[in-house]
Design a protein around this ligand. Structure first.
Ligand code: BTN
Length: 255
């Protein structure tokens, strides 16, 4: 059980989290958010569940959440953003996730495109989906999954070796509502910063990046990409060096 009132009591936002749609069980908060958008959901509404049983990950993967243990949440951004902001929006989401964990006394790192690592293991992930029209992002669903109170034997065998949770790393449980509230507080602030001080967003992300000039691998449009992560450009695109050739990559899913 998650207490939405406790989340809202800890918000310092103007818009994000004004409405929280809470479900005891749900296949995927991202899928539900798109359904609510189709029904006219307003900017800043949030979808949250205590038990996500068909979570979507990046690249067509699934996402595991321990029932009653993890955080699975989607934020609806029903507002126009210029397409060139997509990279910075994605970075802002990663920073907000890291800050929400940091506030609870842990030291998370970000890994391109937007994995959240604690002690070198995956503790969270972001699936940011968009609807594009011409040169504008018209709608965004920001899906965030954080392993909060899972114990290591709760993770499926296939991910056990490289997964961790906040409670494993700190040896005590965490209140998921506070993590959720802090994520929304940081995200709203950082989304405004994109227009005011985009360099700060790039700087903040790189500050938490644990793999500058180190190898990274990820999938893009179903294709596996491997290379050396050599930094970010001012639009928040990653520069990846593969076999001596540098290419820029987006982290957001543009549809
Ligand atoms: C990844 O592959 O690392 C991204 C995982 C994203 C999982 C979150 S949990 C909340 C939201 N709803 C989903 O179905 N997926 C995202």
């Amino acid at each position: 059980m998650l207490f939405t009132q406790l989340i809202q009591a800890n918000l310092r936002t103007k818009i994000l989290g004004w409405k929280i749609e809470y479900y005891n069980r749900l296949g995927s908060t991202n899928l539900e958010a798109w359904e609510l958008l189709a029904l006219g959901a307003k900017h800043g509404a949030v979808v949250l569940t205590d038990h996500q049983f068909q979570g979507k990950g990046r690249g067509g993967n699934s996402w595991f959440m321990g029932a009653g243990k993890g955080l699975a949440m989607s934020v609806i951004l029903n507002k126009k953003y210029p397409l060139e902001c997509s990279g910075l929006i994605s970075l802002a989401i990663g920073i907000a996730a890291a800050q929400s964990i940091q506030k609870r006394g842990l030291d998370p790192k970000l890994k391109w495109p937007n994995d959240i690592l604690i002690d070198g293991k995956k503790a969270g992930g972001i699936l940011c989906e968009t609807k594009i029209q011409e040169e504008w992002i018209k709608k965004i669903v920001v899906g965030i999954g954080i392993n909060v109170n899972e114990t290591s034997n709760e993770f499926p065998d296939s991910i056990k070796g490289h997964s961790t949770s906040m409670s494993i790393c700190s040896n005590h449980p965490h209140q998921r509502e506070l993590v959720a509230a802090e994520f929304l507080n940081s995200l709203e602030y950082l989304l405004e910063m994109i227009h005011q001080d985009p360099n700060e967003i790039v700087h903040e992300w790189l500050d938490r990046c644990g793999h500058l000039n180190k190898p990274v691998s990820f999938t893009e449009k179903g294709r596996a990409v491997e290379g050396i992560f050599s930094g970010l450009d001012s639009f928040g695109h990653a520069s990846i060096n593969t076999n001596g050739e540098k290419k820029l990559y987006h982290s957001i899913i543009l549809d």
